[in-house]
Design a protein around this ligand. Sequence first.
Ligand code: NAD
Ligand code: ZN
Ligand code: ZN
Length: 392
Amino acid sequence: MKANVWHGRNDMRVENVPDPRILNPRDAIVKITSSAICGSDLHLYDGYVPTMEAGDILGHEFMGEVVETGPAVRNLKAGDRVVVPFTIACGGCFFCEQQQHSLCENSNPNAWMAEKMWGHSPAGIFGYSHLTGGYAGGQAQYARVPYADTGPLKIEDGLDDEQVLFLSDVLPTGWMAAENCHIQPGDTVAIWGCGPVGQFAIQSAYLLGAERVIAIDRFPDRLQMASDWSRAEALDYTACDVADTLREMTGGRGPDACIDAVGMEAHGAGPMAAVDRIKQMMRLESDRPMVLRQVLRACRNGGTVSVPGVYGGFVDKLPFGALMNRSLTLKTGQTHVQRYMQPLLERIRRGDFDPGRLVTHRKRLDDAPDAYRMFRDKQDGCVKVVLKPWVH
Ligand code: NAD
Ligand code: ZN
Ligand code: ZN
């Protein structure tokens, strides 16, 4: 089959690789009809996630048609249409039983690597380095899906791929980011990053009862999307002092909750940002925590900071004193996708979300390397690219 393969920093290639096979009784093989590129993939592309190996197949937001099932998979059969959650989870361990699927104790065969780096291991993830299992991803024509008897969501009505594809990741991620804010009626939520995760976090915050949402980014088309689709108040961080402006907009108190939907590759200006850039380049610091610093300082006393943005390792000069002295709550995590898929599918059916609108570009799998470049550089108004593995 064809797959998008990582070869090193800024080096993706579409190659012929062996077809996946059933390895365990609970596996299924899915023929992929649509596969997206995520902001998280950019961290791999830009070379900031350790334990990637040349030859790794990327992609963790995908869906398609079941073509084969292992003998223990009784709920799916060949021909079923499924969306596959990016977190791989067994469904039966201590964490899965509490619906904390991204912490599954059974799905990361390389748990020892993660334990070395992070103390304990999270779940396995498709196409996301050997630290989280070394699983082949879904920017390919086929994928092996472990625990297929519990993870994938069957799509039985006529909703087209683009309406349901993002249930695999960015829609639940935006939702969980907002849910983690414990929004009360009247609350103001500020959201850094107006990419796909930010856009869904904005919409979710309103659905969960926020009165005001302030959306922060620098790309006019993304800010426009935030205000046009979701009536968010848009802030261009290159045109104002974000901290001062937020203080002014909230009567001096600060937003009730702040969401970092940017993560480890935040952009910034000024001396601190330059130091971060250099340190990250020299591998003295794994992540650039510009936004993390801002959210911790901007949030009102006693408020909640929610971090869906991905961080990999170590960050410098984090104002931990702000968190402690001002009684902030910090919530974060890889998304527990399985927990949210069914309820969010119902919300799509009801019209609360219209995820297909996010798609700005559709590309052949063969064009994946160009698509990565375009998405990374936010060229041509690119917000979300869907790859079509069977279009030639
Ligand atoms: P994206 O690259 O499309 O969007 C990131 C946005 O952040 C861009 O629009 C960029 O302009 C903006 N940005 C950069 N620096 C900023 C700053 N200083 N202030 C405000 N905005 C800034 O990515 P995405 O797909 O929306 O993903 C966003 C983050 O969420 C990434 O870190 C990704 O890895 C993470 N993510 C996490 C999960 C999870 O399970 N927790 C799932 C999916 C994605
Ligand atoms: Zn993702
Ligand atoms: Zn589990």
